[in-house]
Write a protein that binds this ligand. Structure first.
Ligand SMILES: N[C@@H](CCC[C@H](N)C(=O)O)C(=O)O
Length: 315
């Protein structure tokens, strides 16, 4: 059985001291911590070797939380049982998605995303921004390109925020994917929602008051509707004005989350497509605000990212 060891600020000896002092003063060097774990370390009074250990970072974007694992080179990567075990909020670490960083010849890195239930997703906007921040720090650059299942995504630092181009929305019903040819802005479902693909499927439900919706009841019903053969993420929204939208999210494979980046892109697209908002909008999610700009070269999303801790999973 896997055992989860949380980092203990006072319990690390030797060369790690400097790192943790830096942490205390807010200067971050996340990969330094991973190197420490990789080489085996004395943590929280336990001496263990690097064998069967999986170093990871915990990060979040607006409370949409992630375990981030660096699988580049010959570093260890989790199997599916480990992904599910880590995702358990009571018996494991807990996350909305696990982001696995891999080598890629044509970009700065490839990222794969896994939901809490172990299913893989082609897109995760907030985790993409988190990984972009990590790698920009590592490469000492303010721009880079990440590959996800949907292609190459340019990322940039904008002050304290991270921006990613999530690409153009998928509007072809078969590619979203839907199970049949229907009007994507009036789906034959309750509330006539819109369908948008952002490398993953979304169902955008326009309601009077997103805060009043019973998302834990309606979310899973829509997630599993046969119209979406690969299930769907669900966004409940109401438009506040032409530049502001309120959004709550039920995520495929993860349930209620405090924010969903690809979902925010889908919301910006669906709402502009209906003529309700401009192409530049601020979206108010439970965990904070994202800024969306649907340009000719794709949907750009800007928002904050945060580090929570680093630790080692023992298998
Ligand atoms: N939180 C994400 C979306 C994660 C993937 C989703 N649950 C799916 O299965 O498609 C985001 O920020 O985009």
């Amino acid at each position: 059985m896997s055992v989860y060891l949380q980092r203990c600020m006072g319990g690390v000896k030797g060369s790690s001291t400097t790192y943790f002092k830096k942490m205390t003063f807010g200067c971050f060097a996340p990969w330094a911590a991973l190197e420490l774990h990789r080489n085996g370390a004395y943590i929280a009074g336990m001496n263990y070797s690097a064998q069967n250990t999986l170093p990871f970072l915990k990060m979040h974007g607006l409370g949409n939380d992630f375990v981030v694992i660096d699988g580049r080179g010959d570093r260890p990567v989790p199997d599916m049982d480990t992904v599910r075990a880590m995702g358990d909020r009571h018996m494991g670490v807990g996350f909305d998605q696990l982001a696995l960083i891999m080598d890629d010849a044509d970009s700065d890195a490839l990222i794969r995303f896994y939901n809490t239930d172990g299913s893989e997703s082609g897109a995760c906007g907030n985790a993409t921004r988190c990984v972009a921040d990590l790698l920009m720090r590592e490469l000492v650059r303010d721009t880079l390109v990440l590959r996800t299942e949907r292609g190459l995504l340019p990322c940039e630092r904008v002050g304290d925020l991270i921006r990613v181009n999530m690409g153009q929305p998928v509007e072809d019903w078969a590619a979203i994917p839907l199970s049949r040819d229907v009007d994507i802005d009036a789906l034959p479902l309750q509330g006539a929602p819109s369908a948008v693909g952002m490398g993953n499927p979304h169902c955008v439900v326009f309601v009077e008051d997103a805060d009043a919706v019973d998302a834990t009841r309606i979310g899973p019903e829509l997630e599993n509707d046969p119209l979406y053969p690969e299930r769907t993420n669900v966004e409940f929204i109401h438009v506040l004005d032409r530049r502001t939208i309120r959004q709550r999210t039920w995520e495929r494979g993860a349930g209620i989350t405090l924010a969903c980046g690809s979902g925010a892109c889908a919301v910006a697209v669906a709402s502009a497509r209906r003529g309700l908002t401009d192409r530049v909008v601020t979206i108010k999610l439970d965990g904070g605000e994202l800024h969306l700009d649907w340009r000719d070269d794709g949907v750009w999303m800007t928002g904050p990212v945060a580090y929570v801790f680093d630790a080692v999973w023992r298998g």
